[in-house]
Write a protein that binds this ligand. Sequence first.
Ligand SMILES: [Zn+2]
Length: 211
Amino acid sequence: MDGPIESRVDHEVDNWLRWLPRWRPGTHRGRSRLCRQCFGSPIVAAAGLATDVPHAVQHALSMRMKLVIDASVDEYTDRNLPLLGRELRMTEERRAARSYRPSDGLEPEFKGLDLDPQPPPDAPYLFTFGELSQSENVNEPSLVPPPLTPEEKAAIRVELKLADDYAVLVGKRVCAELAGHRQRIERAIAEHVEPQVQALLADLDSSLDFR
Ligand SMILES: [Zn+2]
């Protein structure tokens, strides 16, 4: 990802607008719990998607903005926060040592959603992708780093706070930039999402009428 945050936001909004015509109701099954990424998100609000927009549509945009923010924070960390950078690299190496990560390589639209379909009551799964993705807790003895000293821990806490502050700053810039795209986003929702939602509601109405 190159360029200033604003041009990255523009680029990811373009990607989302290209994806939007492919959205269909029910592409993603309903969630049993609120999405931490989208619920109450200032990014979803800044894009004008907070009300009456299906979650999958909001989610696709908020995950693309998360990509922008994460990439910027990673670069900032690499440049300015050596201790935290080292900890993150070691965590990443431990992750890479695991052979199969079901959540890797997903398109942004699918990231952060539940990995498994809802299990039918009469057909138990032998394992779930969700369980598999948690198996990172199995420690490879050779990859477990020596414990940190109290001084190192304190220094990392300071760097973590700086990284958090930077993430907030980037988040604000993303929101400001998104506000400038609201008209484009609104038009796309009106063209590609609203008619499908209306058709669904009309179907529902007529099936209720015929009962
Ligand atoms: Zn979401």
